[in-house]
Design a protein around this ligand. Sequence first.
Ligand code: SF4
Length: 342
Amino acid sequence: MTGEENNLSDAGPPQGAKAPSGGSAAHEVASVGVSILLAEPRGFCAGVDRAIEIVERALQKFGAPIYVRHEIVHNTYVVNDLKAKGAIFIEALDDVPKGAVLVFSAHGVSRAVQLEAAARGFQVFDATCPLVTKVHVEVAKLHKEGFEFIMIGHKGHPEVEGTMGQLDSGIHLVESVADVARVQPAQTDKLAMVTQTTLSVDDAADIAAAIKARFPNVCEPKQQDICYATQNRQDAVKVMSPQVDVVIVVGSPTSSNSNRLREVARKLGTESYMVDGPDELQAQWFEGRARVGLTAGASAPDILVRQVIDRLKALGAVSVRNMDGRPETVKFPLPKGLKLGS
Ligand code: SF4
C-alpha cells in the first residue's frame, strides 16, 4: 500500500503501542485506581435490535428450528444465544429444508437470493436493516434511469454482496483512494456513488472526494449511506479517545463497525483493542494506565459491556463514568406476520 492510499482495511497497532501477547494470568496485578469512561452512544443500534427480535419472534411463533441466512448480526454472543434457542445459521439455501421459515440477516441479500428463496417456497422474514434496504431501493431506482454505480465498501462483506447483487452488473467496488483511479465505467454521464453503511466516516469521505475529483458529474445520495449508528459511535470515540489512555471496543472480529471504532481511536493516537468478551482482556494493556475508555459496536450486546466492566474492576478499576452523548431514538417496525398471540 502506498502512502497516499486510504485503505478501508484494518490498521495495525499504532506506532509505539504494545503488541498484545500471551495470556493475562501472569499480569493479574495490573492497575490500581483505574477509571472507566463509557462511550455514549455505544452498543445495539435500531437495525440490530430489530433483526434479533425478528428471529426471536419467529422462534416463538413458529417454533424451532428457524433458519437464518448468514449470521443475523456479526456478533458471536448473539449468534450462540440464538443457536441455543433453536436458530440454525446457513450460508447456502440448499441447506434449508422445504417449507422452512427463513430469515435474511441484517446485512441484506442479493436479488438472486431473494428470488431463489421465493422459488423454493420458504416462508421468508427479511431482517435487512431498513437503512440497507434504502440503499438497495436507490440503486434499483437509478439503474432504471440508466445509471452505473461506484460503491465504496469492503470486498466480500455480506452487505456489499447484497447491494452489488441488486443488479446483474454495473456496480464497481472501490476499497481505497487508489482503487478510484482503476475504475473503468462504461460511461461517465450517468454515474452514482453508494456506500456500505458501516464504514469509517473519514476514510469514506476521502474516497468520495477522490471519486468526485475523477468524475465531477457523479451523483451522490441525498442522505449519506453511512448510517446514523455508525456515525454516532465513531463521533463518541473521537470525543472519548483524547480523554483516556487506552480504548477497549467490545465487538466480534467480523463486525465492520466495531473494527472501525478501534481504528478511529488508533488514528487519534490512542492505543485500542477489540474484544469479543471479558475473557479476551489482557491485564498488561492497563499497566500504568489510569483511564480506560470503553465502547461497543452496534452488534455487541450490553451484557458483554457489563461483563467487561466487571473484569476491569477485578483488574483494579475503581470508578465508571458515562460520557454525555447524542441520544438515539430510532426504532424500526417489524415485518408483517410476526405478531405474537395471533
Ligand atoms: S449499523 Fe446501521 S445499517 Fe447496520 S444494522 Fe445498525 S442501523 Fe442498520
